[in-house]
Unconditional design. Structure first.
Length: 336
């Protein structure tokens, strides 16, 4: 008999709560024997070893992706020290003659000053979802959700560090500040990110708004399948700082479509009980509706709190997501 396909615990929880009308059960493996304790400890250790083996390739891919996106400083959208043209404005009484743009002034009867756009560095906080359910994919041809999230976080970090921005990685413990400084800075970010992803928390472990400096930008990379109350509290807390967030949802295509039929086992990756259904197609419609409502609720949370939302499927090119991220951080992104 062919082994039925599996979905991670968060998708199984969606099915149980929304399609079947009951809450998902939490199952905590027993650790009262030495063997059981060793097996439980070996799970995050194996995940850390696998991630460490893949990290060099992820760093190289991140650098390649960052190189395809527009390099250079993205503007502050205000006048200030810099090289890029911002605007012409009428000269004021007492304006130094050296600031007047004579070419523009010669076109009319008034003197104009040429202003450049400010290029002061800003702090961008990055968070990558370390939850166990991120370490999943629905097909061998697709990357793990965690690998996709790490790749995009590293690529964005490489782009920001190249532009001279200050990068802060939000972790379950103390945040890690990564000052710009060439390849060494990206390596420091990769090491800090690897340690964070190997943390293997029991819960989603969303960052705390107090880790974010005032007026900073925040990029949250995850699948968004955590509880809405926790996400709402985070987004409202960031608005109160104030800080502006960008939520990048990284999802496997099967999480949205539930493409399976027949006998399917849903096995949790975060301690949930296993759920086996003999006719998945009977609950597919209810699941898709619940998933769509959840996505709409996330978009509404972002919109009402002044944040942005970008969606990315693991089968899509990562360059597309990085371009959208860069445009949003540059002030050119559209609200969802």
């Amino acid at each position: 008999m062919t082994r039925p396909p599996s979905l991670p615990g968060r998708a199984a929880a969606f099915i149980m709560r929304h399609a079947l009308g009951r809450a998902p059960a939490r199952h905590v493996p027993a650790t009262d024997t030495p063997d059981a304790g060793m097996r439980a400890a070996a799970v995050p250790l194996a995940a850390a070893e696998n991630l460490a083996a893949r990290m060099p390739a992820l760093i190289l891919s991140a650098q390649r992706i960052a190189a395809t996106v527009a390099a250079g400083h993205h503007g502050r959208r205000q006048a200030g020290p810099g090289e890029d043209f911002w605007q012409f404005r009428p000269a004021q009484p007492g304006e130094p003659v050296t600031r007047i743009d004579w070419r523009q002034s010669a076109r009319g009867s008034r003197a104009y000053v040429r202003e450049t756009e400010a290029e002061a560095a800003q702090t961008v906080c990055l968070w990558c979802d370390p939850s166990a359910s991120m370490r999943w994919r629905s097909a061998p041809a697709l990357p793990l959700k965690s690998d996709c999230a790490i790749l995009l976080t590293l690529a964005l970090g490489a782009l920001l560090l190249r532009q001279g921005e200050r990068v802060r990685l939000l972790t379950p413990g103390e945040p890690v500040d990564i000052p710009p400084g060439g390849r060494a800075a990206l390596d420091r970010l990769a090491v800090a990110l690897m340690r964070t992803m190997a943390h293997d928390p029991e819960d989603t472990n969303l960052p705390h708004p107090q880790q974010v400096p005032r007026h900073a930008r925040v990029v949250l990379v995850g699948d968004g399948l955590c509880g809405l109350p926790a996400m709402a509290a985070l987004l409202r807390g960031l608005t109160a700082r104030p800080a502006r967030a960008l939520l990048l949802l990284v999802n496997d295509p099967a999480e949205a479509d539930l493409p399976y039929a027949g006998h399917v086992r849903f096995s949790g990756l975060e301690g949930e009980d296993t759920l086996t259904l003999s006719g998945v197609e009977q609950v597919r419609g209810a699941y898709r509706d619940a998933y769509a409502r959840h996505q709409a609720a996330l978009a509404d949370l972002c919109r009402t709190n002044g944040h942005l939302l970008i969606r990315h499927a693991t089968g899509q090119r990562p360059e597309e997501a990085l371009l959208a991220l860069h445009a949003a951080l540059s002030g050119r992104g559209e609200r969802p």
